[in-house]
Design a binder for this molecule. Structure first.
Ligand SMILES: CCCCCCCCCC(=O)SCCNC(=O)CCNC(=O)[C@H](O)C(C)(C)COP(=O)(O)OP(=O)(O)OC[C@H]1O[C@@H](n2cnc3c(N)ncnc32)[C@H](O)[C@@H]1OP(=O)(O)O
Length: 174
């Protein structure tokens, strides 16, 4: 299994997908029960991911008490989940439905409860089915990130990839 974020020297050609919403517009939920973005998830981050220019997306998240690691700051896994969601949405700007294969997170500063976390992600390159995406998080000053992430997502056939699991999704409703 490969496990390194190693950008290809040359990217395959990428173009913005014609159906992606314009800059400032929300990108449709990929699944209503998704922990990262789903409106119907019993527990979740409910991130609203907004399309940006080019291959970029963004989102904001208020760090609530239940997201706490401790004490008084965000749990690293919650931050990683927020990164996963925004990183995984960015490839839709090039029309690629993906799943996470590899995700690296660098935690630069503690993130206090009550903060508004600003998340930005950008597709950097594509090589065959692999999509290379980076993200950063800040608390209001983009020049002062509190965390960054680098990831490799792999393009999938949505219907085939989830075919064996879809029935369980409905049964897992509360
Ligand atoms: C749909 C819209 C989504 C919107 C937002 C989503 C946000 C949330 C995203 C998630 O959390 S997804 C859930 C967590 N991820 C998973 O459950 C994925 C589990 N893993 C798999 O299903 C498979 O391992 C995977 C589809 C990623 C790859 O298996 P495949 O058999 O289809 O592909 P293959 O193994 O041939 O690998 C294809 C390429 O990816 C590369 N690759 C695979 N795993 C890798 C890895 N771990 N690190 C680096 N590269 C990797 C592999 O080397 C190869 O590169 P090359 O083209 O250069 O040969």
């Amino acid at each position: 299994m490969e496990n390194a974020f190693d950008l290809p020297a040359v990217s395959d050609p990428m173009s913005r997908h014609p159906k992606i919403p314009g800059p400032g517009e929300p990108i449709r939920l990929h699944h209503s029960l998704c922990y990262g973005c789903g409106d119907d998830a019993p527990i979740g981050l409910r991130l609203k991911v907004i399309a940006g220019e080019g291959f970029t997306v963004s989102a904001q998240m208020v760090v609530e008490q239940w997201m706490q690691g401790g004490p008084g700051v965000i749990h690293g896994g919650v931050l990683t989940a927020a990164f996963d969601e925004i990183l995984g949405t960015a490839p839709l700007t090039i029309g690629a439905p993906v799943v996470t294969a590899h995700l690296e997170v660098d935690f630069a500063k503690p993130i206090p409860l009550g903060s508004t976390l600003h998340l930005d992600a950008e597709v950097l390159a594509k090589e065959r089915r692999k999509v290379f995406v980076r993200a950063s998080a800040h608390l209001g000053d983009p020049e002062n990130p509190v965390a960054t992430a680098h990831s490799i997502f792999v393009e999938i056939d949505l219907k085939k990839h989830f075919a064996a699991y879809r029935d369980d999704a409905a049964q897992s409703r509360p």
